[in-house]
Design a protein around this ligand. Structure first.
Ligand code: ADP
Ligand code: MG
Length: 336
C-alpha cells in the first residue's frame, strides 16, 4: 500500500515488517542501502491521511528541532505525496514494555525513569509538552540501555515554545455527552469543532480519499499559509495503540546518505505483518483521546485476555450491581 501511494519509497526502502500501530499511524521497519554500501534500518511512520496538516507538521518539527539527542528520537527524512505523509526515523530496536516490566530490577527502573526525565527536560527546554508519555512512546532497549522518546502527535507548546508550529495549532479534547469531540484551535480564526469519527480506519481513509487535504512536509519548508491553516474536516480514525515488537536485531540508522533502490513493481510485493501485539498501556492523556463507541453492534466483548475492561463488560457489571440493588430493595419497598 505504501509503495503504491508513495512510489518514491520503493526506490530507497525495502519495507520488511510492520512494527507498530498507533492511534494515528502505522510504523514499518524498512531497510535502505547507504551511499557507503552499508545497509541501515529505518522506522517509517505513515500518518493517517486524515490527520490535520498542521498537526503532522508540528510533530515533524518537534522531531527535527528537538530530536536526535538526549533520548529523543530524531528524524532522517520525510516523504509527502498529496495527503500521504511518511516520516523516516532511525530504527531503534526495543522491547515491549509489558514483556519486561515484571523482570526489571530497582536499578533498571531508576535508569528508565532517569532517562525519561532527561528526555522530558530536553523537550521542555524547547517549550514542548509531550502530553502522551507512556511506555509505547518511550522506547527502551534493555541490552543496549538505549532510550528514545517518540510520538509528538499530541504535543502542545508552552507560551514561549521554540517550535513555531506548536504556536499555530493548539488542540484540546473535551468530553461531551458520550461521544468525545476534538477541538482544534488556531491562532488565526475561531476554534472549530471537528466531530469525532466513525471508528474504522477504512472509513477514515475513504473519507480522506474523497477530500484529500494538502500536507506540508518537511517542517522547515512549511509556510503558515492559509491553506496550511485550513482545518481538515475529515475525521481522524480512532484506534487503540499497539506496538508490534520486531524480534530482528537491527542497528538504529544514522545520518548517512541513502541511495535509491532498484524499482520493483509494488504489485508483486507483499508486506508481512506480525500478528503478536503488545499489551496496551493507557496514559491519562490517552484517555482524553477520542474513543470508539461504547458498545459494538454485535455486543461482543473486546477485552477478553487483555488488561482492560471494555465498556461492554463494564456496563454488564453495572447492570449486575443494579440488579443486585433492585433484588435487595424489592422486598423492603414491595416493588414489582
Ligand atoms: P502513534 O502516533 O500512532 O502512537 P508512534 O510514533 O507512537 O505512533 O509509534 C508507534 C509504535 O511504533 C511505537 O510504540 C514503537 O513500537 C514503534 N516505533 C515508532 N518509532 C520507532 C522508531 N524510530 N524505531 C523503532 N520503533 C518505532
Ligand atoms: Mg504512540
Amino acid at each position: 500500500y505504501l509503495y503504491e501511494v508513495l512510489p518514491q519509497l520503493s526506490q530507497i526502502f525495502r519495507i520488511i515488517d510492520k512494527i507498530g500501530e498507533g492511534t494515528f499511524s502505522s510504523v514499518y521497519l524498512a531497510e535502505a542501502q547507504m551511499t557507503d554500501g552499508s545497509r541501515r534500518m529505518f522506522a517509517l511512520k505513515h500518518l493517517i491521511p486524515t490527520s490535520h496538516p498542521v498537526r503532522i507538521a508540528a510533530e515533524l518539527q518537534c522531531l527535527t528541532v528537538a530530536g536526535g539527542k538526549e533520548n529523543v528520537m530524531g528524524v532522517t527524512y520525510c516523504f509527502r505525496k498529496e495527503h500521504y505523509v511518511v516520516i523516516v526515523m532511525p530504527y531503534m530496536e526495543h522491547q515491549t514494555f509489558v514483556d519486561i516490566v515484571g523482570s526489571l530490577s530497582f536499578e533498571d527502573v531508576r535508569h528508565y525513569i532517569f532517562h525519561l526525565l532527561k528526555a522530558l527536560r530536553h523537550i521542555h527546554k524547547f517549550g514542548i509538552i509531550h502530553r502522551d508519555i507512556k511506555p509505547t512512546n518511550f522506547l527502551f532497549n534493555r541490552q543496549k540501555r538505549e532510550y528514545a522518546l517518540v510520538d509528538f502527535g499530541l504535543a502542545q507548546g508552552t507560551p514561549d515554545t521554540r517550535i513555531e508550529l506548536l504556536k499555530v495549532v493548539k488542540s484540546k479534547s473535551h468530553k461531551g455527552g458520550g461521544s468525545s469531540t476534538k477541538m482544534v484551535e488556531e491562532s488565526l480564526g475561531k476554534p472549530k469543532l471537528v466531530p469525532l469519527p466513525p471508528n474504522t480506519r477504512n472509513t477514515a481513509l475513504q473519507s480522506s480519499t474523497k477530500a484529500p487535504a494538502k500536507r506540508p512536509c518537511p517542517a522547515s519548508r512549511i509556510k503558515h499559509s492559509k491553506e496550511l491553516l485550513e482545518l481538515d474536516n475529515a475525521p481522524r480514525s480512532v484506534f487503540g495503540e499497539k506496538n508490534i515488537n520486531g524480534t530482528n536485531s537491527h542497528k538504529p540508522g544514522t545520518d548517512k546518505e541513502l541511495i535509491p533502490r532498484k524499482i520493483v513493481s509494488s504489485k508483486h510485493r507483499s508486506v508481512p505483518v506480525r500478528t503478536t501485539l503488545n499489551q496496551r498501556q493507557k496514559s491519562p492523556i490517552e484517555s482524553q483521546k477520542p474513543k470508539p463507541p461504547a458498545v459494538s453492534p454485535s455486543l461482543t466483548c473486546n477485552c477478553y485476555m487483555t488488561d482492560r475492561i471494555c465498556n461492554i463488560c463494564l456496563s454488564r457489571y453495572m447492570l449486575l450491581i443494579k440488579l443486585q440493588i433492585f433484588i435487595f430493595i424489592k422486598p423492603i419497598f414491595n416493588l414489582n
